[in-house]
Design a protein around this ligand. Structure first.
Ligand SMILES: Nc1ncnc2c1ncn2[C@@H]1O[C@H](COP(=O)(O)OP(=O)(O)OP(=O)(O)O)[C@@H](O)[C@H]1O
Length: 632
């Protein structure tokens, strides 16, 4: 390795370490470059300018040539041209090259001092060259010989620098690439996440774009269709022959739901707008699914609620009977009416007892209408229609935020709604034991708190309760509170079954017939003495409600004005044929009761699991437990 090659090696190392000038002894660096400069065979200042530009060392401008000094400015300096402020002049390499080259031009040894530098924030470099006492050691012959090598070396340096620049840009580019890569990775992750969510949904799901193109289907849909999803994705939904309402959904912004039979099975199809109306989510749900079961449970609940409010509206619209309007035509009922009239003048809690259909609801309204409360509400609560968990809220109301799903403003209960009036608790035996305590406190103190509330409310309400159950038996089984029973039983009115007041049948029948024919707008029908005899011979297990139904059927079915005894006999026969069915129903009830007991034992009396095992809701299970008097 000759000297030149060694020098080249040291320079290359310098540049390969990223212009870290401080890593090289400044003097060595300067003198090496001066050696180079002297070997460039530069003869005059024009050639100097040309060569420096050609080699990429910088654009030279000579600003002063005098005997004492030469001042050279260097723009786009190789070392510091793209450097930011460093606080010191660092272009020893350029200074050295210039010193070597200008020493040759002047024929005397010159040295360069850098007076301005980009690294000092000057915007260009400036070198002051002054003669040195010792003559430079030049060996022109060697220099000329190695001239090409020097040029080549400097070209290599330039290339190295250019390469570094490109590499820098490439680095930037690769950083950008990395960022892009990361973003893509994230997008893939999000996509996978969305896919996982879609796939983990129990229903068949498809995403459809506003042009009806299926963008994606989830695994369930894929399995359901049993074909490769690629055959469906990117296809127009209609071209696949699927019924869809996506256009309608997009236009209205409302979800569409309908039922469809697909290969002998029933499905619910639910299409709803997603992504601010930029797409549609289509769901295919088998009607036998758990989801639909839950919906149906909810619907049953809503139906009950609807029935309750319908009854309320009906109550409001009906001409409410006064005691005087009641049709009674028996000594026992006349006695009841006399007592009721007295009772209606008081605020005493009243318990109406009697078989189903004996007129308990009708009499409760009559008591209210006869009382000083008649211009205030009569609020009727059919305790058989209220789900167990809702009783307390229904009666006493709840405050805002009392429980999840509750009205956010809270809600007044029926007791508050009935302030000044009467609350009729039909089938009081159905009230859950926990609610019984709160009702008892209300009966004793006339005050209560809403669920989640701290303010005690006082309302002026009269309670009339009714039951066809043996409350005494329920008490002995721990299903009904004894103290509540005594509180309710302040006044006890017993409505005898129709079979114990058969003498009332003619007047009741005529009233029902007259009212019904008028109501439905048909010719007024009559039942003669013979017909009445037929009615009196029957024992009426369904009481007045059964009589009412039978009379209405006769009025519709009978073609003549006079309803014949034979017509009645036939109708009763049909009714009595139902009796064995009722007996059978009893047997069925017995086996159902046994089933429930077995299931409860199997699931260790865990209601949730028992209900699941039986395929019924917890509420239904609770109702059945109560109905069959199963102790659990
Ligand atoms: N004295 C009466 N005169 C006319 N209709 C009556 C009389 N008593 C009862 N009814 C009618 O019989 C039907 C059943 O009456 P109501 O609903 O009051 O019985 P209930 O004992 O409350 O029955 P349930 O225990 O099943 O609720 C009603 O349509 C009612 O109008």
């Amino acid at each position: 390795m000759n000297n030149l090659e060694r020098n080249l090696g040291s320079l290359t190392t310098t540049f390969n370490t990223g212009n870290e000038v401080k890593n090289v002894g400044k003097d060595i660096y300067y003198s090496t470059a001066k050696n180079f400069g002297s070997r460039l065979s530069i003869k005059d200042y024009d050639m100097l300018t040309e060569k420096m530009a050609e080699l990429g060392i910088g654009q030279v401008r000579i600003t002063l040539i005098s005997d004492e000094k030469i001042i050279v400015q260097l723009y786009e300096c190789f070392t510091c041209g793209e450097m930011e402020y460093k606080g010191e002049a660092i272009c020893y390499f350029e200074g050295g090259i210039l010193a070597g080259a200008i020493s040759n031009i002047c024929g005397q040894n010159m040295d360069a001092i850098e007076t301005k530098c980009n690294a000092l924030g000057d915007g260009y470099c400036e070198f002051e060259l002054t003669p040195k006492s010792i003559k430079p050691q030049t060996n022109h012959s060697t220099a000329e010989k190695e001239d090409n090598m020097v040029n080549l070396a400097l070209h290599s340096l330039k290339l190295t620098k250019d390469y570094n620049k490109v590499e820098h840009k490439t680095k930037n580019f690769s950083n950008m690439n990395q960022r892009l890569h990361k973003a893509l990775k994230k997008a893939v992750e999000i996509n996978n996440f969305n896919k996982t969510i879609l796939d983990s949904m129990p229903n068949c799901l498809a995403l459809i774009d506003p042009n009806g193109i299926i963008i994606k289907i989830n695994k369930q849909y894929n399995d359901f269709l049993n074909i490769d999803s690629k055959k469906v994705e990117n296809q127009n939904i209609k071209s696949l022959g699927w019924t869809t309402k996506y256009k309608e959904v997009l236009i209205t912004g409302n979800a569409a739901i309908w039922q469809e039979d697909i290969e002998d099975d029933e499905y619910i199809i639910f299409e709803s707008p997603v992504a601010e109306g930029n797409g549609i989510l289509r769901q295919l749900i088998p009607t036998k699914s758990e989801f639909v079961k839950l919906m149906l449970d909810k619907m049953t609940f809503l139906e009950r609620e609807m029935k309750y409010y319908k009854n309320k509206v009906k109550e409001k619209n009906n001409d409410i009977e006064n005691i005087a309007d009641l049709s009674v035509d028996s000594d026992c009922m006349r006695e009841v009416i006399r007592y009721m009239k007295k009772v209606s003048k008081t605020d005493a809690t009243t318990l109406l007892r009697g078989e189903s259909g004996t007129g308990k609801t009708l009499f409760a309204k009559a008591i209210h209408n006869e009382s000083h409360r008649k211009n205030n509400p009569f609020v009727s609560i059919d305790c058989t229609t209220i789900p167990e968990n809702f009783f307390e809220a229904e009666l006493f109301g709840y405050e805002a935020g009392a429980y999840t799903g509750a009205n956010k403003n809270g809600k007044a209960g029926k007791l508050e709604m009935a302030h000044g009036g009467t609350v009729f608790l039909d089938e009081i035996g159905e009230i859950p034991v926990e609610t019984q305590s709160k009702l008892l406190r209300f009966l004793q103190e006339k005050e209560f708190e809403r669920i989640g509330g701290i303010t005690t409310k006082k309302v002026d309400v009269r309670i009339i309760a009714a039951t066809n159950q043996e409350l005494e038996t329920m008490i002995s089984k721990g299903q009904f509170r004894k103290d509540l029973y005594y509180r309710l039983n302040v006044i006890n009115i017993n409505l005898p079954p129709l079979r114990e007041r058969l003498e009332e049948i003619p007047s009741l029948t005529n009233k029902i017939l007259l009212d019904f024919c008028r109501e439905v707008g048909i010719e007024l029908k009559e039942i003669g003495e013979e017909g009445m005899k037929e009615l009196i011979h029957y024992n009426w297990p369904g009481n007045i409600r059964e009589l009412e139904n039978l009379v209405k059927r006769l009025a519709i079915n009978s073609e003549q004005k006079m309803i014949e005894r034979s017509d009645i006999a036939r109708e009763i026969e049909i009714t009595t044929k139902i009796q064995p069915i009722q007996a059978l129903e009893g047997q069925m009830n017995q086996s159902e009761k046994q089933n429930i007991i077995d299931a409860l034992e199997k699931y260790d009396f865990n209601k949730t699991q028992t209900a699941k095992g039986l395929g019924i809701t917890r509420q239904t299970l609770y109702n059945k437990i109560k109905r069959f008097g199963i102790s659990s």
